[in-house]
Design a protein around this ligand. Structure first.
Ligand SMILES: NC(=O)c1ccc[n+]([C@@H]2O[C@H](COP(=O)([O-])OP(=O)(O)OC[C@H]3O[C@@H](n4cnc5c(N)ncnc54)[C@H](O)[C@@H]3O)[C@@H](O)[C@H]2O)c1
Length: 337
């Protein structure tokens, strides 16, 4: 790849997610658009130049512009593995939509294919690029709330009818399982989960997870496709108060514990617990998370080893935890990772 020009990227799968990748690839100066593949055509009118629309990955690879430098894989989760293998074998770097794959086995097969081909890979856990969550994490790491006690996430809302291949655990809760680990700063050590099947589909449509990280911090996640209003809320609670991110509006709030003087009377301090202090909403710089994600991936393939992408290994870890969540829901037992 010539480093003088921005890398050429293609989008595989022009559905709900792929169309946004295509929009950014066609408008962001840090990258060039190499085309898009969808056997179903361009349903959302996402591709400006019809000559760059292909009906198969093979047609893209042998197209006039030659193989792209990288591809964003935004096909249904069950198809990630086959598409990723084909592209990696053709020497194309791959940014794979979350979750990395539908099963741990397929996630491992993707990692093997990428390694064998010597290309770069990353997973599109785009929540990590949300400005509210980036600011939240920075503040936690700077010690604003002191010792962290727990991370809680809520991701509920109506069912997006297009998801056919996986349940809410793999489709949606993988966002949360990735965030909990990233914000809590340690791998997930154990999970206990409950699921519900209320819509008559093969897969679950509600999950409640509680668990613990390797560093002793607790977490819980509430995720469903049954709630008639959309909520995306992540909170981190610590000794100094609580930070809350709303990732729909990209807002970040801080609820401080009040300082209540109990000088010279330690027993009273212990009994009182926390008190309600001031609440602050921060003014944040808001950039589109997907553009931030794509720019980071372009930096990675351009040789920036510090580029903040989600590695394939982290993606595998998240799929592994998702399977443990399903296992816990099935068995009724807490599952250790
Ligand atoms: N990061 C996020 O927040 C987020 C949000 C939604 C979806 N996703 C992920 O993106 C992926 C796609 O989800 P979606 O909601 O866009 O699905 P979708 O069903 O809307 O779109 C998938 C598209 O892929 C096409 N397709 C199927 N097989 C193909 C193949 N072999 N080659 C090329 N195109 C093919 C289909 O025709 C369809 O247009 C999933 O892995 C999903 O988990 C991520």
């Amino acid at each position: 790849m010539g480093r003088l020009e921005p890398p050429r990227g293609a989008v595989i799968g022009l559905g709900m997610m792929g169309r946004h990748h295509a929009r950014i690839l066609q408008s962001n100066a840090a990258m060039r658009f190499a085309g898009a593949v969808d056997p179903g055509g361009d349903r959302f009118g996402a591709v400006r130049d019809g000559a760059l629309l292909y009906d198969s990955v093979d047609a893209l690879l042998s197209g006039a512009g030659g193989a792209p430098d990288f591809a964003v894989i935004a096909v249904p989760t069950e198809e990630h593995v086959a598409v990723a293998q084909t592209l990696a074998q053709a020497g194309v770097h791959v940014l794979i939509e979350k979750p990395l794959a539908a099963t741990v086995e397929e996630a491992r097969a993707i990692i093997d294919a990428v390694r064998a081909a010597g290309v770069r890979g990353a997973v599109g856990h785009v929540e990590r690029c949300n400005p509210a969550l980036l600011a939240l994490r920075e503040r936690v790491q700077a010690g604003q709330i002191g010792e962290v006690y727990m991370v809680g996430t809520e991701r509920v809302g109506p069912f997006p009818d297009r998801v056919k291949d996986v349940g809410v655990v793999k489709d949606l809760a993988t966002h949360d399982l990735d965030l909990v680990r990233w914000l809590g700063d340690a791998p997930i050590e154990r999970v206990a989960a409950q699921t519900q099947h209320r819509m008559g589909r093969d897969h679950e449509d509600l999950v409640l997870v509680t668990g613990r990280l390797d560093n002793g911090r607790a977490f819980n996640s509430m995720v469903d496709w049954l709630t008639p209003t959309k909520v995306r809320r992540t909170r981190v609670l610590g000794e100094g108060g609580m930070l809350v991110a709303d990732t729909l509006s990209a807002d970040l709030y801080f609820y401080a514990n009040a300082h209540v003087p109990t000088a010279g009377w330690p027993d009273a301090a212990a009994r009182r617990g926390v008190a309600e202090g001031d609440m602050t909403r921060y003014a944040l710089e808001r950039r589109e998370p997907l553009a931030v994600e794509l720019e980071a991936f372009c930096a990675l393939i351009g040789g920036d080893e510090d580029a903040t992408v989600v590695s394939l290994e982290e993606g595998l870890e998240t799929v592994t935890v998702a399977e443990a969540v399903l296992e816990s829901a099935r068995s009724g037992e807490t599952v250790a990772l």
